[in-house]
Every structure is written in structure tokens, then in C-alpha cells.
Design a binder for this molecule. Structure first.
Ligand SMILES: NC(=O)C1=CN([C@@H]2O[C@H](COP(=O)(O)OP(=O)(O)OC[C@H]3O[C@@H](n4cnc5c(N)ncnc54)[C@H](OP(=O)(O)O)[C@@H]3O)[C@@H](O)[C@H]2O)C=CC1
Ligand SMILES: Nc1nc(=O)c2c([nH]1)NC[C@@H]1CN(c3ccc(C(=O)N[C@@H](CCC(=O)O)C(=O)O)cc3)C=[N+]21
Length: 306
């Protein structure tokens, strides 16, 4: 059966469309009130791994009525020069949000860059202050991929309270924030990584299995509990049998779909929702900036003030 006709496939498209439609309404109102949302994407050096993401950000931002601007820097740039560029964007009142596309070249410490983004403009929720908020169960601006993955799990209708969840991969941008989001929903969370003795033994116990590793077909059917929900976050480029490049996830979808009750396709699963949440986060950031602006200058709109 093709993916489009199988109810086991948890598709991201409809969820993303719903989110983008709400963002579009918000953005139109904000614009009319003199606060046009604007998102800046920063890429450094070779950008193959992020090209799909940035392309989709631009397309969906356009659809939602959010200005989108790409800043590309050469791999030879220093960390100091990049930080200076970020400080410039922090100070620019027309800029609502800044996203630093990963990975960045090895000589640049990505954490330092992330910390240079003003927390009010941190639309990825990756500044140490933002990531701290999710530990305190303040979840309205969470890292995009993590929030997208949880959003897809919700589509199953499963009760998250007490749900046995296993996450494979513990990166700061995906695995760890998923763990915190689900803990705050009352799930019982196990996190696996490359030192875990038997990923399979843990994975087989999961009612919901999240996979964010970056290895095609890492998760096979014998690692999945019958009836489980499998959320495949991996985005890997692979040369297909016909010689063309294609995107595959971390799960061996063909075999796992026979065992699982729900599975996310790649492409068409978590990816599109990640983009939609980035745009939603941009609107959350804008409303926080407006609250500060209005507390400082009064409630008159910006057009009237200028
Ligand atoms: N759909 C989306 O929106 C997004 C998708 N992605 C995709 O998700 C995947 C993961 O990305 P990201 O988290 O940034 O990657 P990282 O490389 O930062 O993290 C990978 C994680 O997997 C763990 N790991 C590596 N090998 C194994 C193994 N054999 N068994 C168990 N765990 C293992 C690593 O553990 P350790 O640290 O201990 O080595 C690490 O925690 C990639 O395919 C990426 O393209 C990423 C962001 C967004
Ligand atoms: N700071 C940072 N945050 C990230 O979240 C981040 C990053 N850096 N670097 C790169 C990875 C990868 N990533 C993708 C997100 C969505 C799609 C996406 O939209 N995919 C669609 C479209 C695929 C297509 O058009 O072929 C899909 O899966 O259906 C792809 C890739 C985010 N990442």
C-alpha cells in the first residue's frame, strides 16, 4: 500500500498546514499593527546538510507572511566575527528571530554562537536560558524538532501520562529536549545513546519510540514492540537504487511498518512540522518583544510612535 493510503503513517503535512495557517493570521495582524515579523537564517561554510531545511524555511515563511533573509558566511570566518554579526542582528529592531543552522565548521564553538543570540530573538529555543525554561515546564518556545516530534506523537491520540517512551539519540538539539518535553507531559522516559549496552532491549519496551541518530535503517522491525508508535526524526541523504539522491530516516520503514501501529514517513513526517514550529516560535518571540516594547513605550502601536 502506498504511504498516502495507509492509516499507520503519521503524516506531518496536515499538522504543519494547520500551524502555518494560524501563524499566517497572527503575522497579518502583527504587520497591520506595525510589527512585521522577520526571520534571519545564518549558515556558515558548506551547507549541504541544511539546504533542504533552509529552502523549506524560505518557502513556508513566504506562505505565512514572515520576511525571511539568509546570511551566508564563509567557513573561514572567525567565531568573534560571527558573534559580532549576531550582536548586530540582536540590536536591529526589524529582526524578530535568528536561527543558526547546524552544523557549523569545527573551529567555531556552536554553543558560544547560540549564547550570543539574544534570548528574546532565540526562535530555536537553544540559548541556555531558553533551554532552561523547558526544564521548568515552560514549553511555549521549545526547540523546533523536539516540539515537532511531540506534536506528531499527539496525533496518535495516545495518553502521554505514564506512556513508556524510549528516545534513541541524546543531542542537545533533538534527543534531550524531547526527553524534557515528554517528562513534563508525564511520560516515563528512557534515553539511549552510543554507549547504551542494548538499544534494542530498551527500544522493544517502548510504546512510543523516537529516533534521532543520523543512521539510515538503524531501527529494524525486531527492535520495535508490536503496536508501538515510531517517530523517525532522521534526515539522511542517500543514493537510491536508480542512482538519484533521496532522503531517508533512521528507521527501516518497510519492515517496521508491519509491526508498529503508527510510523512517521521520511520525508513527509517530522520535517515539515519542524519548519512550521520555527515560524510559530518566531511569532512567540515577536509577542514577547512587543510586550517588552509596550511596557517600555506604552501601548500605542509602533507606526503611531514613529
Ligand atoms: N526532522 C528534523 O527536523 C531534524 C532532523 N534531524 C536529523 O536527526 C538526526 C540526528 O540529528 P542530531 O540530533 O542533530 O545528531 P547528532 O549527531 O548531534 O546526535 C546523534 C545522537 O545519536 C547518538 N548515537 C550515535 N550512534 C548511535 C547508535 N549506534 N545507537 C544509539 N545512539 C547513537 C549519539 O550519541 P553520542 O552523543 O553518545 O555519540 C547522539 O546522541 C540526523 O539524521 C539529522 O539530520 C536533525 C534536526 C532536525
Ligand atoms: N539549528 C538547526 N536546527 C535544525 O532543526 C536543523 C539544523 N540546524 N540543521 C539541519 C537539520 C535538518 N533539519 C531539517 C528540518 C526539516 C526538513 C524538512 O522540511 N524536510 C521535509 C522536506 C524534504 C524535501 O523537501 O525533500 C520532509 O522531511 O518532508 C529537513 C531537514 C533541521 N535541522
Amino acid at each position: 500500500m502506498s504511504p498516502s493510503h495507509d492509516s499507520r503513517y503519521l503524516k506531518g503535512g496536515p499538522v504543519a498546514q494547520r500551524i502555518i495557517a494560524a501563524v499566517r493570521e497572527d503575522a497579518a495582524i502583527a504587520k497591520a499593527e506595525g510589527f512585521a515579523p522577520k526571520l534571519i537564517s545564518i549558515t556558515v561554510g558548506d551547507t549541504d546538510a541544511v539546504d533542504v531545511y533552509v529552502r523549506n524555511q524560505r518557502a513556508k515563511a513566504e506562505l505565512a507572511g514572515i520576511d525571511f533573509e539568509e546570511r551566508r558566511f564563509p567557513a573561514t570566518i572567525t567565531s568573534g566575527e560571527l558573534e559580532a554579526a549576531i550582536h548586530g542582528l540582536n540590536a536591529d529592531p526589524r529582526v524578530t528571530g535568528i536561527i543558526i543552522q547546524r552544523p557549523v565548521p569545527a573551529h567555531i564553538p556552536v554553543k558560544t554562537l547560540q549564547a550570543a543570540v539574544h534570548p528574546l530573538k532565540d526562535v530555536e529555543g537553544m540559548h541556555p536560558a531558553s533551554i532552561g525554561n523547558i526544564v521548568y515546564n515552560q514549553l511555549d518556545l521549545a526547540p523546533c524538532t523536539a516540539a515537532a516530534s511531540v506534536e506528531l506523537l499527539r496525533e496518535t491520540g495516545l495518553d502521554l501520562k505514564g506512556l513508556e517512551v524510549v528516545i534513541v539519540g541524546h543531542s542537545e538539539i533533538v534527543g534531550k529536549p524531547i526527553a524534557f518535553l515528554l517528562m513534563s507531559e508525564g511520560a516515563t522516559v528512557t534515553v539511549c545513546h552510543h554507549m547504551t549496552r542494548s538499544v534494542a532491549a530498551h527500544a522493544r519496551r517502548a510504546d512510543a519510540l523516537f529516533v534521532a541518530v543520523g543512521k539510515p535503517r538503524l531501527i529494524k522491525a525486531d527492535m520495535v514492540k508490536p503496536g508501538a508508535a515510531v517517530i523517525d526524526i532522521g534526515i539522511n541523504s542517500e543514493i537510491g537504487p536508480d542512482g538519484t539522491s533521496r532522503i531517508v530516516g533512521d528507521v527501516d520503514t518497510e519492515s517496521v511498518r508491519e509491526v508498529a501501529s503508527w510510523i512517521t514517513p521520511v520525508p513527509g513526517g517530522v520535517g515539515p512540522i519542524t519548519v512550521a514550529i520555527l515560524l510559530r516560535n518566531t511569532m512567540v518571540a515577536l509577542s514577547r518583544q512587543r510586550a517588552l516594547y509596550e511596557a517600555t513605550y506604552g501601548t500605542a502601536d509602533r507606526l503611531a510612535a514613529e
